[in-house]
Design a protein. Structure first.
Length: 81
């Protein structure tokens, strides 16, 4: 992602998927620096007793333990509900 692309622009590129199902891949950025620190994905898995949601994330090691994964996951799950 070019440095000129802001966090908002990167997130806006995923809004059509979010608006229809909440499923997809999302950019995780530091609010203070607008620096890309990882990604988060929300997918639906088929199971024998119905469907389940799967949530996954990958963050730069320097961002571990700062609450970014929790904050991003909470925002995506609220929007998907």
């Amino acid at each position: 992602m070019p440095a000129a692309v802001s966090q908002d622009q990167a997130l806006m590129s995923h809004l059509p998927t979010l608006a229809t199902s909440g499923l997809g891949d999302y950019v995780v950025a530091d609010h203070a620096t607008d620096r890309l620190i990882g990604t988060l994905m929300l997918a639906r898995r088929s199971t024998e007793d119905g469907g389940e949601l799967e949530l996954g994330h990958v963050l730069r090691r320097g961002a571990w333990g700062a609450g970014f994964a929790f904050e991003a996951a909470t925002a995506v799950l609220r929007a998907a509900a």
